[in-house]
Design a protein around this ligand. Structure first.
Ligand code: AMP
Length: 396
């Protein structure tokens, strides 16, 4: 896997695809700069070598053409502060302004291009647009894991223009290395914890993981489909009736393959989907009519925490309950606590995919797990075993 470490950028212009899709408030101030911070090591590597940097990114979802609120100019000042150096800006990502400014770049200088998605050609993966971008730099670096599952012009198509002069940045390399560490060389027992709302959105991942891990723990909304499939009564809990057969198949497949499938024993229930609902606990297959399961129950929390403490490699995707409401966040918190404890004792833990990352942040546990993946959708597709265009384009 070629990374920026395999290049000496002295006298070269690195065209780096970063993920600067940061949230901005109504005054165009950045409310979370995690993604910008993540890209700094790659940018600094080029600058320290004596190269110059041209940064390209998308921001938000512009409909068709430029929109003030999605301009990347809003982040220029913060980028200057983070890099402790001047950052030039081009109001167009291709064309004469971008070309003139990149041609004039000196060693140690940084140029930020305007939002790529002001051109519909970006998402369309347009070759001519990709070529126009490619003209700006000598070496192409992809460091945007969050968009690695898209075959966009700047994330994949552009790579063809660079021959061998292309590589991964540190963010991309870190993501790939850490998932591989779980999927291919994880120390046993390898435990996958899967939660979240729906079986339908996680089914491919569960299938894929059955061949890779020793234990799979199921929590969150999807565990009620499993409980119903096993013959339980689940009241008005979230359920996907179309997936009952598939849930049964998965239970059988896990048994056949010797994979321990851990399904919750008990459930914390509510009489309404709201933070101040009345709550109660029951067996997961004995939920009274009119009640819905919104979190794993106390016995499950204990059993799951024990299994987590015994695991040597952990992958966590998806919350155990409706963690956004404090009354139903206990299960997710208990899992996060146990993962933090296991990690402290030497277990490798990777947290990936949208809501579990949000949960880890909510509890302030980012530094208590081994690795937090930055790419939601990209991480999920990677776990599903799909080839990500952004990765394939560099490896080609
Ligand atoms: P996902 O995007 O599939 O990871 O799902 C995350 C969402 O699932 C979160 O917003 C949770 O509130 C929700 N969720 C977790 N457990 C339950 C449950 N028992 N009932 C309804 N929603 C749930």
């Amino acid at each position: 896997m070629k990374t920026v470490n395999d290049f000496n950028f002295a006298g070269k212009k690195a065209l780096i695809r970063v993920d600067f899709n940061v949230p901005l408030n109504e005054n165009f101030e950045i409310t979370d700069d995690t993604r910008m911070q993540a890209a700094l090591p790659t940018i600094n590597k080029v600058l320290n070598d004596g190269g110059s940097v041209i940064l390209m990114s998308h921001l938000g979802r512009p409909k068709s053409g430029p929109e003030e609120k999605f301009s990347l100019k809003h982040i220029t000042n913060h980028l200057k502060d983070l890099l402790h150096t001047e950052v030039l800006f081009s109001g167009d990502c291709i064309g004469s302004e971008a070309k003139d400014k990149s041609n004039a770049l000196l060693a140690g200088e940084v140029l930020l291009l305007e939002n790529l998605r002001f051109y519909p050609q970006e998402k369309a993966g347009d070759k001519t647009f990709a070529k126009a971008l490619a003209e700006l730099g000598d070496v192409y670096v992809n460091d945007a894991f969050g968009t690695a599952h898209r075959a966009h012009a700047s994330t994949a198509i552009i790579a063809d223009e660079f021959g061998a002069e292309k590589c991964f940045g540190f963010v991309m390399a870190g993501e790939i290395k850490n998932v591989q560490k779980v999927l291919d060389s994880g120390k046993s027992p390898v435990l996958a914890i899967l939660g979240g709302a729906k079986v339908s959105s996680k089914i491919t991942i569960i299938r894929q993981l059955i061949d890779k891990v020793d234990q799979i723990m199921i929590g969150g909304g999807m565990s009620y489909t499993f409980a119903k499939a096993a013959g339980g009564k689940i009241g008005s809990s979230m359920v996907e009736d179309d997936y009952l057969d598939l849930a049964r198949e998965i239970m059988e497949e896990a048994e056949k393959k010797g994979v321990d499938l851990l399904i919750p024993q008990d459930s914390t229930n509510a009489d309404a989907f709201k933070p101040d609902a009345n709550t109660g606990v029951s067996g997961i297959g004995e939920i009274p009519d009119g009640w819905m399961g919104l979190d794993i129950g106390p016995n499950t929390m204990k059993a799951f925490a024990d299994a987590i403490r015994n695991a040597k490699t952990i992958l966590w995707n998806g919350p155990m309950g409706v963690f956004e409401m404090d009354a139903f966040a206990k299960g997710t918190k208990a899992i996060a606590d146990a993962i933090a404890e296991a990690t402290e004792n030497g277990t490798f833990s990777l947290v990936g995919g949208g809501d579990s990352v949000a949960a880890v942040k909510k509890f302030g546990y980012q530094d208590k797990v081994s690795y937090v993946s930055t790419g939601g959708g990209a991480m999920l597709e990677y776990l599903e075993g799909k080839t990500l265009p952004g990765i394939a384009a560099i490896l080609k």
